[in-house]
Each structure stands twice: as C-alpha cells, then as structure tokens.
Design a protein around this ligand. Structure first.
Ligand SMILES: [Ca+2]
Ligand SMILES: [Ca+2]
Ligand SMILES: [Ca+2]
Length: 339
C-alpha cells in the first residue's frame, strides 16, 4: 500500500496550533465531538518519487476538549500510523484544524436533540513542499470503549506454548529463555505464577544457575504467535505478571515489551520494563498496557506479534535472578455498543 506520503504527513500533524476562538456568544452551540471516532482517509497523492498513488488508511481519532469553541484531538492510531495531538476551532456543524503542512476541515452531522456529533466528512490537505495532496476524510463516532476481551493467553504451565526463542533480529536462536518452576535452589516460583513461568536465566542447566551470568554479553527474545486484531476493535491491551532482578543500571540488563506488525521488519518498543527488585520471595508485579496506548494501538486492524526481550548489553554484573514473565493476556476492546 502506497501510503508513505500520507503516513509522513500525518506525522507532521504534530505541532498543530490552536486557531483563534470562534465568534462566540450568538447562535447555535458547537457540535459535541467527544469520544472515539473511526476515520478513513482516502484519495490520490504522490509518493516521494512523484508517482501517483492511491491512499486509503483508517485511524482512530479521539476528541477530548468538550467545552468552548476549541476542539482537540488526542493521539490515537491505527494501521501502524500515529495520529498526533492537535487542536483547532469548532463551529456549529463543523470544525477546522491546521498546522505546518496540513489542514483539515469537516462538516459534522449533529443529533439535533443532544447536540452530539454523529459523523463528519471533509478534506485533509497535505502540503508536501511543491505539491498539495487532498484526501477525503469520513469519520463515524464509535462510542465508549467496552471491556477488554482476551484474544491470547499463556500461563506457561505446559512449557513455552506458542512462544519461540529468537535473537534481537528475529532469527530463531537458543537463548536463556525457558519454562521455569523455580527461582532459587529448592524454592518454587511464587504461588501466583502456578508451577511454571517463562524465565530469562540459566535455571534449565544442570545444576540450575539462577542468574544470567554467562561470561559474555547475552540477549534473547521470546516471541508470541501472530494475532489478528478484529476489525471493530478500538484498542488493544496487554497484561503480564513478572519478577525482575537485574544490575539495575540504566543502559544495562534491560527488559522490553515489543510489537511487530505482520510484514514489517523492525520491532517497536511498547514499554521498557523498568520495575526492579521483585525477587524470588516477592509478589509478582502486574504490568498493564492499553487500551489507549498509542504505540500498542499501532496494531489495530493488523496482524501482529509481541515479544519479551532481555539484553545485558555487556558481560559485567550479570549475577542476578533475571526476568520471569507469566500469565500473559493480550486483549481487544470494542465499542460498548458493538455486537
Ligand atoms: Ca504460570
Ligand atoms: Ca532457551
Ligand atoms: Ca549486567
């Protein structure tokens, strides 16, 4: 899909400036544009080589400024494209936002009884130097988010399940990741984790070594299966439990939760995992991400994989417990009113 120009230009929406307030006081109130909307941008544009391409991309927009004439768009995302925060003027039945290289104007269909916007359509103008591309935009209110419904769960009670070990580039590799029931000699993992978790240390050696000290720098990723986000999903959630004890020094022994959209080459860090010092006798920490996390929501409407990656960066000070991950749940959130 040749939406490079549109993707690049949408990114330039960062830095929008608020327009002067609308003429106030008289006449009908501005349309209410709160909540979450699904917007589709379509039309023709020229790519970076000047070739004509057709563009169609869907994103989610979230209006957050409810009072007065101004309208704000909170960052939201879809199809691996970030939609940045922006603001502008809201008039009865329309709104207008502009910033460096881009502007958007749209007419809003309003529920006469409540003043709430139902849908809007308009034009997004991208000014990429010597050329201007116009994309049609159509959007519909999608309502409040409902509860998160799991699409993938793993408790590691039966081994690593659908997870595979890879190096940082995604090539299959033997790493220190393994299914583990202990966190010290004779000491099982905390009861909350059941009898198995995924661990990054040398606990699967004979005899087991509950550190990731190998004499060398080491790293490894634990990659989950491809998951497809249902079309109507508004947001994605990720949750997991963990223990983590490391050198606790920025730039060394780091943990990452990452995503990759199918067809992409690189992985994107959703969250660097900084929580530290939850050892063998501790209570596992629950990490919760989403459903409005703009990075995690890059996978909306896409097929994607997630992974847990640990990297020592060097050979020094690696005599620590490492990273245990368990009870992984990836979920999707739909509109509360969606079937
Ligand atoms: Ca478990
Ligand atoms: Ca392994
Ligand atoms: Ca270290």
């Amino acid at each position: 899909m040749g939406s490079t120009l549109a993707n690049a230009a949408l990114v330039t929406l960062f830095g929008f400036v608020a327009n002067p307030p609308a003429p106030g006081g008289e006449g009908p109130s501005p349309a209410i544009l709160d909540g979450l909307w699904r917007a589709t941008f379509s039309g023709a544009a020229r790519d970076l080589d000047g070739d004509k391409i057709s563009v169609r991309l869907s994103t989610f927009l979230q209006f957050t400024d409810l009072d007065g004439p101004a309208v704000s768009l909170a960052p939201f995302s879809g199809e691996c494209t970030l939609v940045p925060a922006t603001s502008g003027v809201r008039l009865p039945g329309s709104f207008f936002v502009e910033g460096p290289g881009v502007s958007m104007a749209a007419a809003v269909k309003v529920d006469a009884a409540t003043g709430q916007g139902i849908s809007f359509s308009g034009v997004l103008n991208l000014d990429a130097g010597d050329r201007i591309a116009s994309l049609k935009v159509r959007a519909k209110r999608v309502g409040a988010p409902g509860p998160s419904v799991p699409v993938f769960e793993e408790d590691f009670e039966g081994g690593l399940g659908a997870y595979v070990e890879t190096d940082a580039l995604g090539n299959p590799a033997a790493t220190l990741w393994h299914a583990e029931g202990f966190c010290a000699a004779g000491t099982p993992i905390p009861a909350a984790m059941g009898s198995g978790a995924a661990a990054y240390n040398r606990g699967d050696e004979t005899p087991p070594v509950y550190t990731y000290s190998t004499g060398s720098a080491n790293e490894g990723a634990l990659v989950g299966p491809l998951l497809t986000v249902p079309k109507k999903a508004l947001g994605v959630t990720a949750e997991f439990e963990m223990l983590r004890v490391t050198e606790n020094m920025a730039g060394f022994d780091e943990s990452f939760f990452e995503i990759q959209c199918f067809g992409d080459v690189s992985w994107t860090t959703v969250a660097p995992i900084m929580t530290e010092g939850i050892g063998c006798g501790g209570t596992p920490v629950v990490v919760t991400i989403g459903p409005t996390d703009p990075v995690l929501n890059m996978v909306l409407r896409r097929t994607f994989a997630h992974r847990f990656r640990f990297d020592t960066f060097d050979a020094g000070a690696n005599g620590f417990l490492g990273w245990y991950v368990d009870d992984v749940s990836i979920g999707v959130v739909k509109s509360a009113s969606a079937p």
